[in-house]
Design a protein around this ligand. Structure first.
Ligand code: CAA
Length: 296
């Protein structure tokens, strides 16, 4: 059913999604209005594929074939021509996504499925700006996309069974595990993950324990690959804050209110890995996990 797939947004998630589709044999149109971002995305995909070659999970020939399946486009109009699926992975901002879906509805082939990689914005609201809400669905990949097996599939209120079944089948074809959920705030992944992260931040805020102790307890005690504070830095503290706000507003329950310390860190521009400082600092070139001075 899917011969060609478009991916909108060439950031971390978009380049990972393009990588995985291409690696599994699907020609991909990677679309971004920012030409520099497209160049950077191709470099990241090369680097991540090289890593797979050096680990032996991809041969050099497979890498070349996969890489050549990715074409880049600077407009939606050109990029969605002849595709059967569009996966939107643009910035996590509702007005931006609504505008993209209006445009996609106008420009993508009528039978194409329109998926969003949103981590918390309502699929039902996104679908409502299109004339094909039955063909709109959430396809929530996890970061780093080439490594993480899960895809959370979100059925909006109007998503039909044919669309959901096709996306589940595609997810299995790209060697990922689909889990289908309904469209309520935070879906499942972030409804459960974000309160844990928020609780870890509140524990720092209240002085219950230090950053390293909290992360070590969760890593060694619960076998999590990263502690919740390191994971928050990895996801981006602004993203965590915005998802918690979606949960807080969507359920009207104070238990989801973002910790004031998280609000302060976001306001101060300490967003984690991407700005070089969050709960830890990330000096260029260093692989060590260094707790930020502020939390020592
Ligand atoms: N592309 C390809 N391969 C990659 C990669 C990438 N971008 N990043 C890592 N890898 C590979 C490595 O090559 C390595 O492969 P082998 O096992 O074959 O050796 C493997 O992944 C492990 O990588 P590293 O040895 O470099 O480092 P690590 O063991 O610390 O693993 C990690 C890194 C996979 C990120 C691990 O720390 C981890 O699982 N962290 C938690 C990630 C997580 O929870 N993600 C979900 C975030 S939430 C989200 O995405 C959704 C949301 O809505 C907020």
């Amino acid at each position: 059913m899917f011969q060609k797939i478009a991916v909108i947004g060439a950031g971390t998630m978009g380049n990972g999604i393009a990588h995985v589709f291409a690696q599994n044999g699907y020609p991909v149109h990677l679309i971004d209005v920012n030409a520099d971002q497209l160049v950077k995305a191709l470099q990241t995909i090369q680097k991540n594929m090289d890593r797979q070659v050096s680990k032996g999970s991809l041969t050099a020939d497979e890498k070349l074939a996969a890489y050549e399946r990715i074409g880049t486009f600077s407009t939606i109009e050109e990029g969605v021509h002849g595709v059967q699926l569009v996966v939107e992975a643009a910035t996590e901002n509702e007005p931006v996504k609504l505008k993209i879906f209006q445009e996609l509805d106008r420009l993508a082939p009528a039978d194409a499925i329109l998926a969003s990689n949103t981590s918390s914005i309502s699929i039902t609201r996104i679908a409502s700006v299109t004339k094909r809400p039955q063909q709109v669905i959430g396809m929530h990949f996890m970061n780093p996309v080439p490594v993480m097996r899960l895809v959370e599939i979100i059925n909006g209120y109007a998503t039909d069974a044919a669309t959901s079944d096709a996306i589940v089948a595609l997810t299995k074809k790209i060697n990922k595990v689909p889990c289908v959920v309904n469209d309520y705030p935070g879906f499942i992944a972030n409804r459960i993950l974000m309160p844990m992260i928020n609780e870890a931040i509140c524990s720092v805020y209240e002085g219950v324990a230090g950053v390293e102790a909290i992360d070590t307890i969760m890593k060694l005690g619960m076998a999590h690959p990263m502690g919740p504070l390191q994971l928050a830095d990895f996801i981006g503290l602004d993203v965590c804050h915005s998802i918690l706000s979606v949960l807080h507003q969507g359920f009207g329950n104070p238990k989801y209110a973002p910790c004031p310390l998280l609000g302060n860190m976001v306001a101060a521009g300490k967003l984690g890995v991407k700005t070089g400082e969050g709960f830890y600092t990330y000096p260029t070139g260093s692989k060590d996990l260094l707790v930020s001075d502020r939390f020592l």
